[in-house]
Design a protein around this ligand. Structure first.
Ligand code: 13P
Ligand code: SF4
Length: 350
């Protein structure tokens, strides 16, 4: 468990991390990517961390893979690759650096390790979990297999390595429907997100999709009523949901897709007003690239994703903590399920 007081004291001894407007001015090119959501004096607090992280990354031959839910100072300040779960998994297969620092949650770091067993994979806070990954163990998969004999198990990447190892293939929100449709069986088991599974079941009516009853604590909070009321008060708004939302919420929206799908939709359409029914950092991260779009509405914060901060990223680079270790036997089995997903996605042109 990270002791924040010790971490801060140690970092302060090693580096000059005092807020600096002068440094922020010098880093205006980076700040320009988050100008709309972060005034320069706030950026001045992060600038010294960004400078040290980018310097140490080069020195230590490390690369930062960051999920779209990271805060703007991570997403725009220090990430080498940003993306949704599928894009990050694919990027992990191409990393040449010795060390991967995963700015995202633990299952994402495990996926990078599974795909790159010879590399050192670090996660800045090992407590960055996920309600979906925590909702099921391999025993749950065994129960589902016993209930639906012969049905393939398609597990969302939001699962532990142990779970992936017990699955036939993985999926992400950007390829779930196509992967389920490609299964050579009339019945398909999806774990662990009941809402993603229900959304897929509607889009792939030729299959009987059965699911595990897990859910994402960020997306399950939205209701159909929230969406309808918001639309009634904001005429012309385009409402875009992540498929981890319940199906009646997705139905009330204009589009649903993975985080990368959401970014593409808004970038292509440039609606005057948009509400992103997902994690809060999404709108913050794309806001400056889309000045013509006004982002409205409530959003929900993922407390797990928000455990990753710049100071913890710096600590990881300095100390090499926390290294993600996956049992080699489990990793080998899990790699088959993740690689099948990547290969099938490539074959389907996703
Ligand atoms: P995607 O970025 O793959 O859409 O996943 C969203 C998510 O909730 C990751 O934890
Ligand atoms: Fe897990 Fe939901 Fe957070 Fe993603 S947003 S890490 S699915 S709890």
């Amino acid at each position: 468990m990270l002791d924040l007081t010790t971490m801060r004291a140690t970092l302060a001894e090693k580096f000059d991390l005092a807020p600096s407007l002068t440094l922020a001015e010098e880093m205006r090119d980076i700040h320009a990517r988050m100008d709309r959501v972060m005034p320069l004096p706030d950026f001045a607090r992060y600038a010294p961390y960004i400078r040290e992280i980018n310097r140490l990354k080069r020195e230590k031959n490390a690369v930062i893979l960051a999920h779209n839910y990271m805060t703007p100072e991570i997403y725009h300040g220090v990430a080498d690759v940003v993306g949704d779960s599928l894009q990050l998994a694919v990027a992990a297969t191409k990393v040449e650096a010795e060390t991967i620092i995963q700015c995202g949650v633990h299952f994402m770091a495990e996926t990078s390790k599974i795909l790159n067993p010879a590399k050192r994979v670090l996660i800045p806070d090992v407590q960055a979990g996920c309600s979906l990954a925590e909702s099921i163990t391999a025993e749950g998969i065994a129960q589902m297999r016993a209930k639906y004999p012969g049905a393939p198990v398609v597990s969302y990447v939001n699962t532990t390595a142990e779970l992936k190892a017990a699955s036939d293939i993985c999926c992400t929100s950007s390829n779930a429907a196509q992967i389920v449709a490609a299964m050579d069986s009339d019945v398909v088991i999806m774990t662990p997100d009941q809402y993603l599974a229900q959304n897929v079941a509607r889009d792939v009516p030729q299959k009987k999709v059965v699911w595990w009853a897990g859910s994402c604590i960020v997306h399950e909070q939205y209701t159909e009523n929230d969406i309808n009321e918001f639309r009634a008060h904001n005429p012309g708004v385009e409402i875009i949901a992540h498929p981890e939302c319940p199906p009646n919420v997705v139905d009330a929206c204009d589009y649903s897709g993975s985080t990368a799908g959401i970014i593409k939709y808004v970038t292509d359409r440039k609606p005057q007003k948009a509400m992103l029914v997902t994690e809060c950092s999404m709108a913050s991260n794309i806001s400056d690239a889309l000045p013509e779009v006004e982002f409205l509405g409530p959003c929900n914060m993922c407390p797990y994703m928000k455990k990753i901060t710049l100071e913890k990223v710096l600590w990881s680079l300095v100390t090499g903590h926390e290294e993600v270790i996956v049992d080699p036997e489990i990793a080998a089995k899990a790699r088959v399920a993740v690689q099948r997903m990547i290969d099938l996605s490539n074959k389907l042109g996703l």
